[in-house]
Design a protein around this ligand. Structure first.
Ligand SMILES: Cc1ncc(COP(=O)(O)O)c(C=O)c1O
Length: 348
């Protein structure tokens, strides 16, 4: 009844975080300020949930495009950016998907669901990307599509602009520059958009993860083709309405992102002062770190943090380059304080 390769997969696991500081999923810790929450809730009462949502969403696409000085026909909306990754992998010509390794797991997972071959190009030990080597793999494998997460998850680094530009200018297939962490990074690559290059974004990390709204910015002809494999009504009415409401309040979310960037630097410094670990520089809302002390083990530290009420992500075992690595999301100052205190105690 069910394909053998699907049977052998495990379902995406989300660990129980009840009662813990949840620093495992790159969420914004702040939530809506009380007054805004009240107005938002009041406005939601007017949504007609007996009707299907607006299918075309031209006005919402126009507002989102305008954030980057682009028009509605440059914008495709997804039920989270995962939804758009799936549309891309459905619609791209037959042929391999090429990604650096390690990177965001959904490129790999959705390729497997769709029986699309996948080729990976290992990053260097310091997680840097060799643009020529990446282009060589794309050309050797005849890549139909390639993904570059900028900044990369789970490593947090942003590859040099020249490297991404070189790949965008020379790749043959489709290139997706995934800017999920745009609010925390020093630059965008939106200027590289052309007939085979698009930029992927999400509102999840900015504070709307529960709404599930992602978008692609691209050439109108490419967006129109991708739109053919978008499920009708993929963005529900409550999300559309909420997005329209919240877009009027972008400074609130930009200020929260600035606070998170500030906290990231504080936590980075504090971790850097601890013995027995190496913390990698990040342009995202998380930090990747490696345990370097004698006899220390990532899984033991991960479990000990859990026992202290702090849930982060254990990356050990996912890829050779991530040996003894853990990833922590930047939370509120209080959450970060509790994480740092627990980590210090565990490493002492
Ligand atoms: C690089 C990258 N892209 C895309 C996503 C998916 O985000 P969403 O589906 O919430 O928009 C994530 C989530 O962690 C991510 O790290």
């Amino acid at each position: 009844m069910i394909r053998g390769d699907i049977r052998s997969l495990s379902a995406y696991h989300v660990p129980d975080s009840t009662g813990m500081d949840k620093l495992d999923a790159m969420e914004n810790p702040y939530g809506l300020p009380a007054a805004l929450r009240k107005d938002w809730a009041k406005s939601l009462a007017g949504v007609e949930i007996n009707r299907y949502p607006d299918a075309d969403m031209a006005a919402l696409r126009g507002r989102i495009g305008a954030l980057d000085n682009l028009s509605a026909d440059h914008v495709l909306l997804g039920n989270g950016s995962d939804d758009i990754i799936q549309m891309l992998l459905i619609a791209a010509e037959a042929g391999p998907c090429v990604v650096p390794e390690p990177t965001f797991v959904m490129y790999n997972l959705i390729s497997r669901w769709l029986k699309r071959p996948l080729a990976t190009m290992p990053l260097d030990k310091d997680f840097s990307l060799n643009a020529d080597a990446f282009l060589n793999v794309c050309s050797r494998e005849k890549a139909a599509i390639a993904f570059l997460a900028c900044p990369n998850n789970p490593t947090g680094n942003l590859w040099p602009e020249e490297a991404v530009r070189k790949i965008a200018q020379n790749i043959r297939g489709l290139l997706v520059i995934d800017e999920a962490y745009r609010p925390f990074a020093e630059r965008t690559h939106a200027d590289l958009i052309k007939e085979n290059v698009l930029v992927l974004r999400t509102f999840s990390k900015l504070g709307w993860a529960g709404l599930r709204l992602g978008y692609a910015l691209g050439d109108p002809e490419l967006i129109a083709q991708l739109n053919k494999v978008r499920l009708p009504y993929n963005i529900n009415s409550l999300t559309q309405h909420s997005a329209n409401f919240l877009l009027d309040h972008m400074p609130v979310f930009e200020a929260q992102a600035a606070e998170i960037r500030h906290e990231r630097e504080r936590v980075f410094k504090a971790m850097g002062a601890l013995d027995g670990l190496h913390v990698f520089p990040s342009q995202a809302n998380f930090l990747l770190f490696r345990l370097t002390g004698k006899g220390q083990d990532a899984t033991t530290v991960f479990e000990a943090l859990k026992a202290h009420g702090v849930l982060i992500k254990n990356m050990h075992g996912q890829n050779g380059l991530l040996a003894q690595c853990l990833r922590v999301t930047i939370g509120s100052p209080d959450e970060n304080g509790r994480f740092l205190k627990a980590l210090k105690e565990i490493l002492a």
